[in-house]
Design a protein around this ligand. Structure first.
Ligand SMILES: Cc1ncc(COP(=O)(O)O)c(C=O)c1O
Length: 456
């Protein structure tokens, strides 16, 4: 096909190519059903068949202020006429510098140095390498610290390092032979346990302390998704657990990496989830919402102690030998700066408070549905778990794809959702209004009811 014929493809031709040429993420391509979006505005997506769909999951959890926001659009237009890309390998750009300083100012105290990459998984890889190398470069090198601890059912991205610290069997088990060893702490999900919620924080903190102590001298760092484990099914941690993890890791001399890729930039109601429990990690990973959900950019923000351990003469080879061609890209940085400006200009976090309250209140309506076993919610995030039996919490056989079926039904009624197995994720952009929250929750509810109508 010539370039000119490619620009004139019909809707059917686009769909055929989308099924046969584009290899979609986390998707079985046999029987793949294309959903092709040609434009978006606020919390609405418009597909090539002329349908208007509510974006119920913020375009894979990354959109913040809504699509097509004039302030971010203008920032990109202003930047594109100057230069599209300047690498951070030996060069810099004012936007990259401004953004780095901006992040230092808004992230928890002590995080003062920013390494840019392009996606969340890379930000995690950088954090792991930084932590390992940091220990090797002490005046008394601690080269035995070559392992990482992570929580059960953790998700930190899909590169080999980030999969090694990940713990979602269904996604990660296949790659086992390729992965490095990880010290696994039990995932703090109490849904299918006998644990009294009032004792959960102490229970897990105690277990974590024991396991981390056993491996104290071989651990470089513990990595956690603070407050909410997203891909695990929006597992909300027992309150105070993150704070305790910070105390335990500090006491045992293990670095704490907070992976805020999914929860950073307002999702929990605070700018960063670590703020919910007043936690200052040693390293923080940022991605997704960093550019407002516009462009691929991520960041690994490190403490001065870590930064200092990398300083030295060239001959000492203390350099962080890691880099990505597009890291610190000025267009991405322009979008990120504009998105951070919007948090102030639109008073985003304060305006989000009543929406969070309303969203969480409306979610309770789903509890009436027989197959809704658990609703996990925090801030502007919810995971609605479908079960066969509400009393025993027995899950459905995963091959029956209940979550996927429910999302397909919601799509037919104008709401785009993407499930995590049998957990229906609800995570709208922050610009959503009350009527749109109603539409999201009512549509999810009727889609679940319709899926099980014939069986009840
Ligand atoms: C907590 C967490 N870390 C890392 C990642 C990976 O980010 P990316 O998909 O941008 O590589 C994700 C993606 O969902 C995530 O939820």
């Amino acid at each position: 096909m010539t370039n000119s014929s490619l620009s004139k493809l019909s809707v059917d031709q686009l769909k055929l190519l989308d099924q046969n040429v584009v290899w979609h993420s986390f998707s079985q391509m046999q029987g793949y059903q294309p959903l092709i979006i040609e434009r978006a505005d606020g919390c609405w997506l418009y597909d090539i068949d002329g349908r208007k769909l509510l974006d119920g999951v913020s375009n894979m959890w990354c959109n913040v202020h809504g699509h097509n926001h004039p302030h971010i659009n203008q920032a990109l237009r202003d930047q594109i006429d100057n230069v599209a890309h300047i690498t951070t390998l030996g060069l810099s750009h004012p936007n990259t510098i401004r953004l780095a300083q901006n992040l230092v100012e808004i992230t928890p105290a002590g995080l003062n140095h920013v390494f840019f990459s392009s996606d969340g998984a890379s930000a995690v890889e950088v954090a792991l390498k930084m932590a390992f190398q940091h220990w090797c470069q002490q005046s008394n090198p601690q080269t035995s610290r070559r392992k990482f601890a992570a929580l059960g059912n953790a998700y930190h991205g899909d590169t080999i390092g980030s999969v090694s610290v990940g713990g979602i069997e269904h996604f990660h088990q296949k790659f086992d032979p390729l992965l490095f060893e990880c010290v696994r702490l039990p995932g703090p999900n109490i849904y299918r346990t006998e644990l009294d919620p009032a004792n959960a924080t102490e229970f897990f903190a105690q277990r974590y302390r024991e396991i981390l102590k056993q491996h104290q001298n071989e651990l470089a760092a513990l990595i956690v998704e603070p407050i909410i484990q997203g891909a695990a099914g929006m597992i909300v941690h027992p309150p105070g657990l993150l704070h305790q993890l910070r105390e335990i890791t500090r006491e045992l001399g293990i670095l704490l990496i907070a992976d805020e890729v999914a929860v950073g930039f307002g999702r929990t109601g605070q700018m960063f989830a670590c703020e919910v429990e007043d936690v200052e990690p040693d390293i923080m990973c940022l991605g997704k919402g960093l550019t407002g959900g516009y462009l691929p950019m991520s960041a690994t923000v490190a403490s001065t102690e870590i930064w200092n351990s990398f300083l030295g003469d060239h001959g000492e080879a203390k350099t962080l030998f890691h880099g990505h061609t597009y890291s610190g890209n000025p267009l991405c940085a322009a979008a990120a700066i504009a998105s951070l400006e919007l948090f102030e200009l639109e008073d985003t976090l304060n305006r989000l408070k009543p929406k969070i309250e309303y969203f969480q209140r409306r979610l309770n309506d789903l509890l009436d549905v027989k197959q809704v076993g658990d609703i996990r919610k925090f801030g502007f995030v919810a995971g609605v778990e479908l079960v066969q039996d509400k009393t025993t919490h027995e899950p459905f056989d995963w091959t029956t794809h209940r979550g996927r079926n429910v999302c397909q039904r919601a799509l037919e009624n104008g709401v785009w959702l993407r499930p995590l197995g049998d957990v229906i994720v609800l995570m709208p952009p922050f610009c959503v209004d009350q009527a749109e929250i109603d539409l999201l929750i009512d549509t999810a509810k009727s889609a679940i009811e319709a899926e099980f109508e014939a069986e009840t």
